[in-house]
Design a protein around this ligand. Structure first.
Ligand SMILES: Cc1cc2nc3c(=O)[nH]c(=O)nc-3n(C[C@H](O)[C@H](O)[C@H](O)COP(=O)(O)OP(=O)(O)OC[C@H]3O[C@@H](n4cnc5c(N)ncnc54)[C@H](O)[C@@H]3O)c2cc1C
Length: 534
């Protein structure tokens, strides 16, 4: 029998992020992954600003920037056209805030990078940490729950070797068909099988030179033939193409992927070498519960939605962060019995809001935007294209400008925060208005020395002191007494106190505000509440 603190089922982006969040805090964990997780599976390309802020905290944001097959100054624009060789309909610049410019709202711009590259960077970091093991070709097959532990049987699918592992906590980051969720008997509510799609990864070294739309991360093809989207995966001719909403009676196995690419792009003689072809079905589902006892679900294991807006992986990494510091706090002894109970009340509303948004995005894709005479030459076609361009601007912008969702995700109903009596500000999917109201992401700022405010937060709780310091020693002393990793950061930067709306703010390990105020309250009740002891 082997012993670890946390057993993670699945080493996709969510399992690996959890392993990093735990491993960097000295927690021993084993992530088991039944596949080798290599290859070109057509998944995420959008690593959003919030995920990159986590990478920055983990010390690997620059590593990902350098590892990307796309140069950092590649324009993060989105083009809508009838075909690659057809007229332009609309263009969005700086999609997902991916442009490399300093923005007061966040510390890292988004990055257009294949999921497999991000996973390589996460894997390298996870496996470099003492106490973390990532076992590939290893499947979780059986789970036994006891009051004080969970015991699991994991099997090497190549050698047949069986390992029995006892852990304090088990996390199912094992994807949409989660074995762990099935073991718990937890169902998924919502709509399954919303529509069929077909993703193709292909090499076409000539493609970049065969169109006049200029460099972009995505080209949406709006035509009757094969509505879909495509974009570069590297600078050497590797592309993805996604045909959206195939008719229900179409069997993807009967579709020739090369023909699909040629028809969709309008480049009928394009040299295409298919590297990977993968039909997939969009769902809109959320788990009925996220945990039972010592077992938790994270990522696709507890939420599935159409990938429009690029939220799935990013949101799952957010789950890993929320769960990771709380599991570590419990295992290190400073987190109370109620801390882990806050995982679902914090994350579920974020998931629900994001799923709703992705469903809105998926409701209007090329299939819905196409019109008769869209490709007609002359003034009739031009008028239709102008109209469709306006519809695209009106309906699709919210898919590419998402800071309101990504940075505006809030934990209003969390039991481990101290409300400050103010009303929650309105939420908007695109516009992000920073607020230090407890339950919100700590407002970001660039400091005079060029560093990000976030770089000054510690791995545990951070007391941000923005004026005066009375009572700080008492709070720090109480935190020390309770074994809470605690940092005091005093700053006199102009404007920060206004931005935080208070002299003090208590920041959690995930950079969320747990409490704010102009005077420090009694130390013990405050710390008990935010660490889940109350
Ligand atoms: C076409 C497409 C485009 C997308 N684009 C984006 C995007 O731009 N941005 C974005 O954020 N998201 C995007 N997504 C979604 C994203 O790919 C997923 O949300 C993400 O992969 C989920 O990560 P995960 O770690 O939760 O699950 P997965 O990636 O599914 O990983 C789970 C792992 O668990 C393993 N596993 C399962 N059962 C067991 C077991 N019993 N024992 C051991 N291992 C097991 C599996 O082998 C798998 O490797 C896209 C998805 C698709 C299909």
């Amino acid at each position: 029998m082997e012993d670890v603190d946390v057993l993670i089922a699945g080493a996709g982006p969510v399992g690996l992020s959890l392993a990093i969040e735990l491993g960097q805090r000295g927690i021993r964990c084993l992530a088991v992954e039944r596949n080798d997780r290599v290859g070109y599976s057509p998944r995420a390309k959008t690593t959003n600003v919030r995920t990159r802020e986590h990478l920055r905290r983990w010390g690997i944001a620059d590593t990902l920037r350098q590892a990307s097959p796309m140069p950092p100054d590649y324009p993060p624009d989105v083009v809508f056209a009838t075909r690659m060789n057809g007229p332009l309909l609309s263009r969005f610049e700086n999609a997902f805030n991916g442009r490399r410019v300093r923005n007061e709202l966040y510390s890292e711009e988004a990055q257009w990078v294949p999921q497999y590259t991000l996973e390589e960077v996460l894997r390298a970091e996870a496996t470099s940490l003492p106490g973390v093991e990532v076992a590939f070709d290893t499947e979780l097959r059986a789970i036994e729950e006891a009051e004080d532990s969970v015991t699991a049987e994991v099997v090497n699918v190549k050698s047949g070797d069986v390992r029995r592992v006892r852990c304090q906590y088990l996390v199912g980051a094992d994807g949409g068909r989660s074995f762990v969720r099935q073991h718990l008997g937890i169902g998924m509510a919502g709509e399954s099988g919303v529509a069929k799609n077909y993703s193709i990864i292909f090499r076409a070294p000539d493609l970049a030179a065969r169109h006049g739309h200029g460099p972009a991360i995505m080209y949406w093809m709006v035509n009757h033939d094969v509505p879909g989207l495509l974009g570069p995966m590297d600078q050497h001719g590797l592309w993805f193409f996604m045909a959206t909403k195939l008719a229900n009676d179409v069997d993807p196995a009967s579709v020739d992927p090369v023909e699909l690419v040629r028809r969709g792009t309008g480049l009928s003689d394009l040299a295409v070498e298919v590297v990977h072809a993968d039909p997939w079905v969009a769902h809109s589902l959320i788990a009925d519960a996220y945990s039972r006892g010592r077992i938790f679900l994270a990522g696709d294991a507890c939420h599935l939605h159409p990938p429009f807006g690029g939220f799935g992986m990013n949101m799952g990494i957010g789950d890993a962060v929320d769960l990771g510091w709380k599991l570590a706090a419990r295992l290190q002894g400073w987190g109370g019995a109620r801390l882990l109970d806050s995982y679902e009340p914090e994350r579920r509303p974020v998931h629900e809001r994001t799923i709703r948004e992705s469903v809105v995005n998926y409701a209007t894709v090329g299939n819905q935007l196409v019109r008769p005479a869209l490709e007609a030459v002359g003034s009739e076609g031009e008028a239709v294209r102008r109209d469709v361009g306006e519809v695209i601007q009106a309906t699709k912008g919210r898919e590419f400008y998402t800071l309101g969702l990504v940075l505006g995700a809030r934990y209003d109903d969390s039991p481990v925060l101290v409300p400050d009596g103010t009303q929650p500000p309105p939420q908007h999917f695109s516009e992000y208005v920073p607020t230090a109201r407890p339950g919100s992401l700590a407002p970001h700022a660039w400091l005079a020395d060029g560093s990000s405010l976030y770089d000054h937060f510690g791995p545990g709780l951070t007391l941000l002191v923005l004026g005066g310091a009375d009572g700080v020693d008492v709070l720090a002393g109480e935190a020390h007494h309770r074994g809470i990793p605690f940092k005091v950061k005093m700053l006199a930067e102009p404007g920060l106190r206004d931005r935080y709306g208070a002299r003090f703010a208590l920041i959690r390990p995930d950079q969320y505000v747990a409490w704010r105020g102009d005077t420090l309250p009694d130390a013990a009740p405050l710390l008990e509440r935010v660490t889940g002891h109350a």
